[in-house]
Design a protein around this ligand. Structure first.
Ligand code: NAP
Length: 265
């Protein structure tokens, strides 16, 4: 299926690896020009080179920056050869907050989580949405977490910050922007095989005394698909949400978790 977005410009946060990279790869495969962002320049350049090789003819612009800071966002919007703030597609994503006990988290920990997982997506939407409306096309996909629907006790910082973003997006997506060609949706990953997941598996293994292999086996047994998701699968869903065909999907929280969430809705 031709997704009808060839030649558009996409901003993809946190895209040197993991889910963000999966999204950048899937969009580029559809002929979308991508601005890729991550803090570590080396991995970012390597990821960008891989996409250039796989998708000749697509413009790939890596910007090594911390997307959670005003200076980082200015670097993205000011990048030479980029579209400035005239993005057609914005995929918001940055690292997730650390796990822990809420008694250990001071105000700074909460502000960092809110900055990364709530306020940064809102700032990116604020900077780009009016231009999308003028051009009559826009797609925003926020990478959040299945923890928005089924909170995980040790991820309180994530539960709180992402739920704040989800509430904001629920209102914004119903404010009339869809009539101007803009959709805003959240894509909620369950367990995907990325570096972040490897880190949490190692943490759980240390805490529980189990081996990493045992932790993986326990986790996978609780997923009806009996496996972790692949970042490429996540990227494909993201690309579809950004497609011309998905113009009538708006204000939704779309779970990609292999069926792990046990509720009917
Ligand atoms: P990952 O494999 O650790 O990749 C994170 C990417 O984001 C890297 O490219 C990283 O590069 C970049 N990044 C992190 N902080 C950044 C910042 N401040 N500015 C710019 N780039 C930044 O993580 P992932 O598994 O893809 O997860 C992506 C998001 O989905 C996270 O918020 C995570 O909490 C959430 N999530 C993931 C899962 C899962 O199973 N994987 C499940 C639920 C939710 P640098 O470090 O070089 O900046």
């Amino acid at each position: 299926m031709d997704l009808g977005i060839k030649g558009k410009w996409a901003l993809v946060g946190g895209s040197s690896k993991g889910l963000g990279l999966g999204c950048a790869q899937a969009l580029a495969a559809e002929g979308v020009n991508v601005v890729m962002i991550a803090r570590g320049a080396e991995a970012l350049q390597a990821a960008a080179a891989g996409i250039r090789e796989a998708c000749p003819g697509v413009q790939v612009l890596p910007v090594a920056a911390d997307i959670t800071t005003p200076a980082g966002r200015e670097a993205v919007f000011g990048a030479a050869g980029g579209p400035g703030k005239a993005f057609d597609i914005v995929v918001t994503n940055a690292g997730g907050p650390p796990p822990g006990d809420f008694r250990q988290w001071d105000r700074d920990a909460w502000i960092a989580a809110l900055d990364a997982n709530m306020l940064t997506p809102i700032e990116l939407i604020k900077a780009t949405i009016d231009g999308m409306a003028e051009r009559g096309f826009g797609r925003v996909v926020n990478i959040t977490s299945s923890a928005v629907k089924a909170p995980i006790d040790i991820l309180g910082l994530s539960n709180g910050a992402r739920t704040g973003l989800t509430g904001f997006v629920a209102g914004l997506s119903r404010s009339g922007l869809a009539a101007r060609g803009i959709t805003i949706n959240n894509l909620l990953p369950g367990k995907f095989d990325t570096d972040r997941l490897k880190g949490t598996i190692a943490g759980t293994a240390t805490k529980s005394g189990l081996s990493e292999e045992q932790v993986r086996a326990q986790q996978v047994a609780q997923i009806p698909a009996r496996r972790y998701g692949h970042p490429a699968e996540f990227g494909s869903i993201c690309a579809f949400l950004c497609s011309a065909q998905a113009a009538y999907i708006n204000g939704q929280n779309i779970l990609a978790d292999g069926g792990a969430y046990p509720g009917t809705f």
